[in-house]
Design a protein around this ligand. Structure first.
Ligand code: KIV
Length: 294
């Protein structure tokens, strides 16, 4: 599969093809993702929780993100990779924002960066875009500043919050963001926002009407033990029978594992990711069970 760029992703949106996006934080999982038809990867600061064991994303440093993103790039040379700007790496000044976004591009080989917020942060987005780096905005529930907004909760249920999200999308689009991630937004609100947007609107916990979906890899494979939000579907149960029946056809499991590596977690991950991509493309994910109420 040919590696995407900003234009080919916009072409998918224009053609009504839903875009499948998934997080990843290390090399071997990245090689499994590279072997699928997934459109793009986010090296999220959620890695601070699921890969580094912090209780939330706040402590993650820029150096840690560069380390994780570089490993993902080595494992997934054919994927469009987005580096997630961690808390403290962009808020203070345009200089910080450009310098740290540039590190993702030069040191880790990322294709774009994502950052949380609008308003003043839209200035940071503009500064990064003006330096030649594609940017994805992130609004709705923004984990880095969730304590200022009443913790982890659905955002956009009342008309005041919907107006603020509409304004945020406008600001980010004027600043030059080519895409915006809506997190934890009710499905009908996300539909109105997506229908009216010029950019690509991705959703995580935002229903099925956005132009693309994002999931956390560790939720998709059921690896993070602490917490699984309502929208996070684990695809392992439904692909395990395919995995075992593929194994059953093989006479020599040892050489099967040694020559093609299809006997374990790598192959299970690949099958689970393909199942996710297929449901995103057919717009069957997220079903009602994985969607917040309006
Ligand atoms: O870091 C991340 O994975 C994210 C998602 C939670 C949206 O930003």
């Amino acid at each position: 599969m040919k590696k995407h760029n900003v234009k080919s992703l916009a072409d998918l949106r224009a053609a009504g093809v839903s875009i499948a996006w998934l997080t990843c934080y290390e090399y071997s999982f990245a090689t499994a993702l590279d072997a699928t038809s997934l459109d793009m990867i986010l090296v999220g600061d959620s890695g601070g929780m699921v890969a580094l064991g912090h209780p939330d994303t706040v402590p993650v440093t820029m150096d840690e993100m560069i380390h994780l993103a570089s490993a993902v790039r080595r494992g997934a040379p054919n994927k469009f990779i987005v580096g997630d700007m961690p808390k403290g790496s962009y808020e203070a000044s345009d200089y910080d924002a450009i310098t740290n976004a540039m590190r993702f591009i030069k040191e880790s080989g990322c294709d774009a960066v994502k950052l949380e917020g609008a308003s003043v942060m839209a200035h940071r987005v503009k500064a990064i875009v003006d330096s030649g780096i594609p940017v994805i905005g992130h609004i709705g529930l923004t984990p880095q500043s969730s304590s200022s907004f009443g913790g982890y909760r659905v955002v956009g249920r009342d008309s005041g919050e919907l107006d603020l999200l509409t304004l945020a999308i406008r600001e980010l689009e004027i600043a030059g963001a080519f895409a915006i991630l809506l997190e934890a937004t009710p499905p009908q609100a996300a539909k109105v926002l997506s229908d009216n947007a010029k950019s690509i609107i991705f959703g995580i916990g935002a229903g099925k009407f956005t132009h693309g979906q994002l999931l956390i890899l560790h939720d998709l494979v059921g690896l993070y033990p602490s917490f699984r939000p309502k929208f996070a579907k684990c695809y392992i149960p439904e692909i395990l029978s395919t995995f075992s029946s593929n194994l059953g056809n093989k006479e020599d499991l040892i050489s099967f594992g040694r020559t093609t590596r299809q006997d374990g977690i790598h192959e299970i991950t690949r099958l689970a990711v393909e199942a996710y991509v297929s449901e995103v493309k057919t717009k069957t994910f997220p079903s009602e069970n994985y969607t917040y109420k309006d």
